[in-house]
Design a protein around this ligand. Structure first.
Ligand code: NAD
Length: 247
């Protein structure tokens, strides 16, 4: 059985992606940090639909925890062939003048270093040069990497810019090893992340500025991720899909 690991999958876009990938036949590893109850609820939903899933705790900003998470996947029946680097954080909306080094480092530790380390462990398992059968990685970036998020969180936007560069570089590095690496850049999506930035209604406030005149749903992002992981996208690597309603 092919296993797909989705980081930060207990809610939002990660949750929607986990449920969709399970419907497509993957055994899904639902990574979470603290909310075990929420991760187990995702596993329940998947199993009730006849799918297969397990919940795995790991803070992806902690290298030892990432290594332990991949070791746990190694003990599962089947083989890891898909990774979705979905986990991401942002903090209270602020100008750059208000940013501390500690905050910037925390954002980068999860969004950038965490994604790098998860890619490293996945490549070690998927790559033909390691005896793997190949696979696909999707990095969940953000339209913020293009827009810059002025007055809100340039630190977060810059971390997503780094993820886009990771997608490009790694896609070229492992193309001959049977691994495809692509990205999805969501725009304004209805999830709980905006509350973390201090503005739960942010998507509604910005809806009129989106060419399609509405925010997106997590399921609409999950579809783009799932397609990039699927065989339908077999000749696509190093690409980034903007899923932002035209923004
Ligand atoms: P969310 O806050 O609901 O989901 C993020 C998940 O990542 C949470 O479950 C959180 O617990 C988890 N997470 C955070 N730090 C972690 C860590 N160190 N280790 C493991 N898990 C961790 O938000 P979401 O909107 O579903 O975001 C998913 C991804 O989509 C993020 O990378 C986000 O940057 C990106 N994104 C979201 C939007 C949007 O408008 N919602 C727009 C663009 C990009």
């Amino acid at each position: 059985m092919n296993i797909a690991l989705i980081t930060g999958a207990s809610r939002g876009i990660g949750r929607a992606t986990a449920i969709l990938l399970a419907q497509m036949g993957w055994r899904v590893a639902v990574n979470y940090t603290r909310r075990r109850d929420a991760a187990l609820e995702v596993v329940d939903v998947i199993e009730q639909q006849g799918g297969s899933a397990l919940a795995i705790q790991a803070d992806i900003a902690d290298e030892a925890q990432v290594i332990a998470m991949f070791a746990e996947i190694d003990r599962q029946p089947g083989q890891l062939t898909a990774l979705v680097n979905n986990a991401g954080i942002l903090f209270q909306q602020a100008t750059l003048e208000q940013l501390s080094a500690e905050r910037i480092n925390r954002v980068f530790a999860t969004n950038v270093t965490g994604s790098f380390i998860c890619c490293r462990e996945a490549v070690k398992r998927m790559g033909h040069h390691h005896g793997g059968k190949g696979g696909a990685i999707v990095n969940v970036s953000s339209a913020a990497s293009r827009i810059g998020a002025p007055g809100e969180y340039i630190d977060y936007a810059a971390s997503k810019g780094a993820m886009d560069t990771l997608t490009k570089g790694l896609s070229l590095e492992v193309a001959a090893q049977g691994i495809r690496v692509n990205g999805v850049r969501p725009g304004f999506i209805y999830t709980e992340m905006h509350a973390d930035g201090g503005e739960p209604q942010r998507v509604d406030r910005l809806a009129a500025s989106i060419p399609m005149q509405r925010g997106g749903q997590p399921e609409e992002i999950a579809q783009a991720i799932a397609w990039l992981l699927s065989e339908d996208a077999s000749y696509i690597t190093g690409s980034i899909i903007d899923a932002a309603g035209g923004r």
